[in-house]
Design a protein around this ligand. Structure first.
Ligand SMILES: NC(=O)c1ccc[n+]([C@@H]2O[C@H](COP(=O)([O-])OP(=O)(O)OC[C@H]3O[C@@H](n4cnc5c(N)ncnc54)[C@H](OP(=O)(O)O)[C@@H]3O)[C@@H](O)[C@H]2O)c1
Length: 252
């Protein structure tokens, strides 16, 4: 069995979520030792860590000190850090800016964007010791930009920009930084969003996607694995959409 990530220690945030679980499984299948970060889903994170032979770590990464402590715990317990996948995220849908609760705006910024900065700021100095790869998870919302998605879309566009800047800053340190934007995925928040639509609206929406279906979490994970693997050794600063070709501007 080929295990190109053997010897690599990978930290995945939001590891107990729908897409996070698939990313952890795929990284472990390629031979990585996986550190699973969770916030509230303690039981799921520990169960998956046991199954994959990894370790689970709690943190509220909207706090810079907590992100720093998370990285130090992973490095201390597992012996280093080679791969960071910033996957944790939340969405609040349907609030137009004129009616938006500012607390929601700040919450989405904290979880989706500030946490990515905190995690990178904590992890990069440790990753520079032997080089590595970062993959940030943004969203196809940066292509579609629907009304009602101001907070979510702004944070994910920020993640894309941050990724590209970081790729230039870290190249000389042997760290590649890329971003993956999933379209609608049948897992986690995407599965919830699909379930909330009527069957007719769901069908209409899925038919608007060129590939006419939702994606699978394993299809997102496959892109992440490629980007962190030696096969992508000359790939940095890239934005890969895993979205079935969906670039529809504006649906709700
Ligand atoms: N599913 C989709 O269709 C889709 C589409 C585009 C982009 N995405 C992106 O993919 C990523 C994963 O989403 P998902 O669908 O797998 O959603 P999910 O199942 O809801 O998972 C989100 C994860 O974020 C973590 N999280 C939330 N708040 C946190 C906080 N304050 N501190 C630390 N962790 C926190 C959660 O941890 P706990 O559960 O442990 O609390 C959870 O594991 C997100 O960045 C999302 O924006 C998803």
């Amino acid at each position: 069995m080929s295990t190109p990530l053997h010897g690599n220690i990978a930290l995945v945030t939001g590891a107990a979520g729908g897409i996070g679980q698939a990313i952890c499984r795929a990284l472990a299948a390629e031979g990585a030792t996986v550190a699973l970060h969770y916030h509230t889903q303690q039981d799921s994170a520990h169960a998956l860590a046991a199954e994959l032979g990894g370790a689970a770590f709690e943190a509220d990464i909207t706090e810079a000190e907590a992100a720093q402590s998370l990285v130090e715990r992973v490095v201390g317990e597992l012996g280093g850090l080679d791969i960071l996948v910033n996957n944790a995220g939340i969405t609040i849908g349907g609030q137009f800016v004129a009616d938006m609760e500012l607390a929601d705006w700040h919450r989405v910024l904290d979880v989706n964007l500030n946490s990515v900065l905190y995690m990178c700021k904590a992890a990069l100095p440790r990753m520079r010791e032997r080089g590595g790869a970062v993959v940030n998870i943004a969203s196809n919302v940066v292509n579609t930009l629907p009304g009602g998605a101001a907070a979510y879309a702004t944070t994910k566009a920020g993640v894309v920009a941050l990724t590209k800047v970081l790729s230039k800053e870290e190249a000389e340190h042997g760290i590649r930084v890329n971003v993956v934007s999933p379209g609608i995925i049948d897992a986690g928040m995407g599965r919830g969003a699909l379930a909330r639509r009527t069957p007719e609206v769901r069908e209409q929406f899925l038919n608007s996607i060129p590939m006419r279906r939702a994606g699978g979490s394993e299809e997102v994970a496959a892109a992440v694995v490629f980007l962190v693997s030696p096969a992508a050794s000359y790939v940095t600063g890239q934005h890969i959409s895993v979205n079935g070709g969906d670039r529809t501007e504006s649906y709700q």
